[in-house]
Design a protein around this ligand. Structure first.
Ligand code: ATP
Ligand code: MG
Length: 372
């Protein structure tokens, strides 16, 4: 929105990027993740790291003709396939079509320390083999902590992490590496991964005042400008959607057309013509002052003009609103029946608000007309 997408083919002087296809993310990264380089996705338990990696891979394979390899050091392939299905992705099909290769690597101490020293060469061979099988351009490693969990020596560990990132970069693979954010709020357990990554994205799932919100922040992006805010994001049956609020820009049109508020005297106070079309109107008042009633008049007037209207209600149900508005002479039910008015009544969790307010196409089908 507002900003032009960089389709990953910029001039030779600018960083090449790989579109993720994750809704909203390509806008705040101005074109996706650094192509041919590693990106670290850090987050706490259940923050969406694995699903981020899966969607990056699936979108790459399906939308951008870039096959991918998923190396899981945690979840098994059947588990991954099921998780991906919850986002509407058919991994079995992509694997059968040779667009995605899934590999579950179980790291056991005796396997990695055969020669007495930790060595990533076996892993490199395995990744290279998988990459070659599907001609992969994208790779996901989930998670780096599991990969290195059996390595006690911090000196070797740091060297091996550097070697892994260097190897991936040298192979030109656009890689997503997931990392667990630890309790001390460090981005990664070893505190080195974020320094050797070209791009670091932090996922956060927090509960404040009983409201759950997911947030995403780009901590760093070498060689590129990017949105720096915390952006709310949503996980649902269509994948991840980031809401790039700041990229909306302040370039809205300002129509001169006026529409009725539905209350003749209020229209009179508003220059005799009502609200500007396309404007946002805040009706503020203490409990019982008539906020919903003013809104219902506005809805009624819109439906009378034959315009379609969406009503998002976060406190009362459809039936309560229809009943209560009857007492001030408004029959909203007729507009529901005619298909002009659609109610979306939901409780207050932030994720629901996001999905309902910003993604009307993803909400449940129209509420059925109320029975009187
Ligand atoms: N279809 C869905 N609709 C809504 N939310 C979903 C859906 N599928 C998964 N989730 C959410 O995503 C979370 C899991 O995401 P994911 O497995 O990517 O997290 P993670 O950061 O990898 O977690 P872990 O630290 O356990 O590996 C679930 O806890 C759930 O909240
Ligand atoms: Mg995970």
């Amino acid at each position: 929105m507002g900003k032009k997408r960089n389709a990953g083919q910029p001039s030779s002087k600018t960083l090449s990027k790989a579109l993720t296809g994750i809704q909203g993310l390509d806008e705040i990264t101005l074109g996706g993740l650094p192509r041919g380089r590693p990106t670290l996705i850090s987050g706490g338990a259940g923050s969406g790291k694995t699903l981020f990696g899966l969607e990056f891979l699936v979108r790459g394979a399906t939308q951008y003709s870039e096959p991918g390899v998923f190396m899981s050091f945690e979840e098994t392939i059947p588990d991954l396939t099921k998780n991906a299905a919850s986002l509407g992705f058919d991994l079995d099909r992509l694997v059968a079509d040779k667009k995605v290769f899934l590999d579950h690597v179980h790291i056991a101490r005796n396997e990695i320390a055969e020669t007495g020293e930790y060595d990533l060469d076996g892993l490199f061979i395995r990744i290279a083999d998988a990459v070659q099988k599907v001609g992969a351009q994208r790779v996901v490693l989930d998670t780096i902590e599991s990969l290195f969990s059996e390595l006690p020596n911090p000196g070797i560990l740091r060297a091996e992490i550097r070697r892994l990132f260097g190897w991936l970069k040298q192979k030109g693979l656009t890689t997503v590496i997931t990392a667990e954010r630890d309790r001390s709020d460090r981005l990664t357990r070893h505190g080195i991964e974020e320094f050797v990554s070209d791009c670091v994205i932090l996922l956060d799932h927090r509960i404040r005042e009983e409201i759950s919100t997911r947030r995403l922040r780009i901590v760093k992006y070498r060689g590129s400008t990017h949105g720096t805010n915390e952006y709310p994001f949503l996980i649902d049956e269509h994948g991840i959607s980031v809401l790039p609020l700041s990229s909306l820009g302040l370039d809205h049109a300002a129509p001169a057309e006026r529409i009725s508020s539905g209350i003749a005297r209020l229209d009179g106070m508003l220059g005799g013509k009502g609200f500007y079309r396309g404007s946002s109107i805040l009706i503020s008042g203490t409990s019982g002052t008539g906020k919903t009633s003013v809104a219902a008049h506005f809805v009624d007037a819109a439906c009378r003009r034959g315009e379609r209207c969406l009503f998002f209600a976060f406190e009362e149900s459809l039936r309560q609103i229809v009943r209560n508005m009857r007492s001030i002479g408004l029959d909203l039910e007729q507009w529901v029946r005619k298909g002009l008015l659609q109610f979306h009544a939901a409780g207050p969790p932030m994720e629901d608000l996001n999905s309902t307010c910003y993604k009307p196409t993803r909400t449940s089908p129209a509420s059925s007309p109320v029975s009187s």
